[in-house]
Design a protein. Structure first.
Length: 294
């Protein structure tokens, strides 16, 4: 998730082209981050030290970690921790940016901090965001919601669960837009499910047919040539799965919710419910909207 946001920031700032951005994203699954990027990401080394070690590697047959410890840029314990870390998507993306010559290590470090400042996040919140934790982003989205605190808390819990499940089951390449009042459910297909209890709510996921087909395919890990009955059932099952996890979350907070059967509707310009919120998001060039009403 963070990789998409940061890459889009670089593209919109004119630092990389759309083709370069696309190339980096496509290379991420097949590449591993090198220790230099991991060391900077962990705060163990600064860009100049990484560049120095890379320069030394041109002159000696030693590995990055060995040289970094010799130069006392890393302790043996830090090196061990880095070697044990599974590289994040952002680490790999960053390494590709540098390997392809789109950015230097120094530029990468400065631009990452520039993006943090633009996001208005604390260092702690930004570190969570880089780790694909959506909570700092959700806090920003909720700033535009004028409802009472109880409703904000409920929306926050739901969006946190939803963001985790999108990343877990659909794609890490998700970008969330604004959270705003929704007067009309304008998408072609709507997967809808109601939850009843102390915090009754209606949830819905909207998409056009191509986006809905792609979403169902990602969840089922198969290709759907058409958005047929099976594909529709899969999209509905995602909502059922997500809302089941959300309901368990609420039980832990002392609130029981009963889920009604999900339904898939083929409708456009369907009037939304009073007070309904809509969250736009995109995945791999497809656009969606999550609806919540209380």
């Amino acid at each position: 998730m963070f990789t998409q946001y940061f890459g889009n920031f670089l593209f919109e700032s004119g630092i990389i082209t759309r083709d370069q951005f696309k190339h980096c994203l496509q290379e991420v699954p097949a590449r591993r981050a090198k220790l230099g990027v991991l060391a900077m990401e962990a705060g163990y080394m600064v860009p100049a030290q990484v560049e120095e070690i890379h320069g030394l590697q041109l002159r000696t047959d030693k590995r990055f970690g060995e040289l970094a410890v010799e130069r006392e840029f890393l302790t043996p314990e830090q090196l061990e921790r880095l070697l044990a870390v599974q590289p994040s998507a952002f680490s790999v993306f960053s390494q590709i940016l540098c390997d392809e010559g789109y950015l230097t290590y120094g530029q990468l470090s400065l631009l990452t901090e520039d993006y943090r400042m633009q996001c208005g996040m604390s260092a702690e919140g930004f570190a969570q965001f880089k780790d694909n934790n959506a909570k700092p982003l959700i806090e920003r989205l909720l700033a535009s919601v004028t409802s009472g605190q109880d409703k904000k808390d409920l929306v926050s819990i739901y969006l946190d669960v939803f963001a985790k499940n999108i990343q877990r089951f659909i794609s890490l390449d998700v970008v969330f837009g604004g959270l705003e009042p929704a007067d009309v459910m304008e998408e072609e297909w709507i997967a809808r499910q109601s939850l009843c209890g102390a915090h009754s709510m209606i949830t819905a996921l909207g998409a056009d047919e191509a986006a809905a087909r792609a979403f169902a395919g990602a969840f089922a890990n198969r290709d759907f040539e058409t958005f047929d009955l099976m594909a529709r059932d899969v999209m509905g099952e995602f909502m059922n799965c997500n809302n089941g996890i959300f309901s368990l979350n609420m039980v832990e907070r002392g609130s029981n919710l009963d889920m009604e059967p999900q339904e898939i509707r083929n409708v456009q310009a369907d009037r939304a419910l009073p007070g309904m919120l809509g969250l736009r998001f995109s995945i791999d060039r497809h656009f969606y909207r999550l609806y919540l009403a209380f």
